[in-house]
Design a protein around this ligand. Structure first.
Ligand SMILES: [Zn+2]
Length: 484
């Protein structure tokens, strides 16, 4: 009896200790001024637009790490705050193309794109002409084949992507307009060390007629009458190329749990942006300086709460990824090389653009946030969001972009997607776009820090709630849901 009493006494002490700081008091550590302080470093000229693989990115990473160290958070990757990865970018040096033995002149008869170069050479004596309509649903065995399509109104790269997806070896597009930009000599950065080898080039209508047995340039009318099918054509395309290596890194730190030490809650942003183009800095204050300053501020608030006795039930991981602007590459790398098991990751709360107002928003524009993706994997998330907001947030929660038919497809356009793709419940916080989106004019003086403070406190409270839940969020939504 005495012993039990003593145990109860200990328990009460522990509870009192844990309750030294409550969620509302803790959230007040996040302030408009504090957010501004972080963002004025992150979106400064010194960071040179933070392009992945550049000095600006490394400076931004150094700032983030300095903050996580100051907060006494643990390094997230083998004792390091950086999770390094390499981006590869193909650079074309020379290109020689012959069709039926006749040499073509680059940028006159044909155009190349360094994202789609053959590994050494492309050689064939047959092609399949598919006409102007070609997409993923085309019922044709194209595996390993070289396809020729004529250009129509849609972006030709859609046909290229479809051909690649269906396993073709190459796609040649016969240009409709012949007013093509010069060949792109540098490709899109990628994660894989080896290029896919999938080839693509564009050719003029006149030179392209050789691909389908023509001995003269075909008119538009003649092109439209050419039967689809296999043609005997000799193609020889030789390129010299190399891959430029660009070291990059995600920044990762965490607040350790005492209870559920093998479970994790992620809070993410991308800290890279567009860098410098034609001598002009793209500051990316909103995109995604705002999300990055938010993650740092949330980390600071949790660290402060921890000092005052708060211990999260599960680990809270703060990750700022790079390479988002190159195609969500930093988060893709993480999702393919997770440091913490994804099946033990209860959720990813991703913050990408939370400092501005969407001019088309027609509610209380000083008091809203768009929420995207919460209904895709776990039915728990929406309930948590609503209950936090009813108790303490009082923001206008706008879920319009969850509509799978929304043409913006925002759900697929930030880093949470790579978590969702692996089955981790996600929530994406977003302010919508504006005229400065991806412009050099996305600068700090346009940020609304009072509104940002409301949003970030709300995200903090949501994170707290998820970190303290007895169970991980259940993953109960059907995987074949449209838009998933
Ligand atoms: Zn962004």
């Amino acid at each position: 009896m005495r012993k039990l009493l003593f145990l109860n006494f200990l328990l009460i002490c522990a509870i009192t200790h844990a309750q030294k700081i409550d969620i509302s008091t803790a959230s007040k550590f996040i302030t408009a001024d504090g957010l501004k302080e972080h963002l004025s470093v992150i979106a400064s000229a010194e960071m040179q637009g933070r392009e992945a693989g550049t000095e600006g990115e490394r400076k931004a990473a150094a700032y983030l790490i300095s903050q996580y160290k100051k907060f006494n958070l643990k390094p997230g990757f083998n004792g390091n705050y950086k999770l390094p990865f390499t981006l590869y970018q193909d650079v074309a040096a020379t290109s020689e193309l012959k069709i039926n033995g006749e040499p073509a002149t680059l940028d006159e008869d044909y155009w190349t794109n360094a994202s789609y170069l053959p590994t050494n050479a492309l050689k064939t004596n047959a092609i399949i002409y598919v006409g102007s309509e070609f997409n993923e649903k085309t019922k044709l065995d194209v595996k390993g084949k070289i396809l020729v399509a004529t250009e129509n109104e849609e972006n030709s790269l859609r046909k290229v992507a479809a051909a690649q997806k269906l396993g073709a070896a190459a796609m040649i597009i016969v240009s409709k307009t012949n007013t093509n930009a010069p060949s792109a000599n540098t490709g899109r950065p990628r994660l894989a060390q080896k290029p896919t080898g999938f080839s693509y080039f564009k050719v003029t209508k006149s030179f392209g007629s050789k691909l389908v047995g023509g001995s003269k340039a075909y008119s538009d009318q003649e092109w439209s009458e050419i039967p689809k099918g296999i043609y005997t054509t000799n193609i020889e395309w030789k390129v010299e190329q190399h891959a430029k290596e660009m070291p990059s890194a995600n920044v990762i730190a965490y607040l350790p749990a005492k209870e559920k030490t093998d479970e994790y809650l992620f809070i993410t942003s991308h800290y890279d942006h567009e860098g410098i183009k034609n001598g002009v800095i793209y500051y990316g204050a909103d995109d995604d300086g705002s999300g990055t300053a938010s993650v740092v501020a949330i980390a600071g608030a949790f660290a402060n709460a921890a000092k005052q006795g708060f211990v999260p039930k599960r680990n809270i991981v703060f990750m700022n990824v790079s390479g988002e602007e190159k195609g969500l590459l930093g988060s893709k790398y993480y999702s393919e090389h997770p440091v913490f098991p994804l099946e033990k990751t209860t959720a990813d709360l991703n913050i990408d653009m939370v400092g501005r107002i969407d001019p088309t928003y027609n509610g209380d524009s000083n008091n809203y946030v768009y929420i995207i993706g919460e209904e895709k994997i776990s039915s728990d998330l929406q309930k948590i969001t609503n209950s936090i907001n009813n108790e303490a947030g009082h923001l206008e929660i706008d879920r319009r972009f969850n509509d799978p038919n929304d043409p913006n497809r925002f759900y697929y356009r930030s880093d949470h997607y790579n978590f969702a793709n692996k089955g981790v419940p996600v929530l994406f916080y977003f302010n919508g776009t504006h005229r400065d989106y991806h412009q050099p004019s996305d600068t700090i003086e346009k940020i609304n820090f009072d509104l940002m403070e409301k949003r970030v406190r709300f995200i903090f409270k949501t994170a707290w709630e998820i970190a303290m839940k007895d169970e991980m969020l259940k993953r109960d939504m059907p995987l074949d849901m449209p838009g998933r």
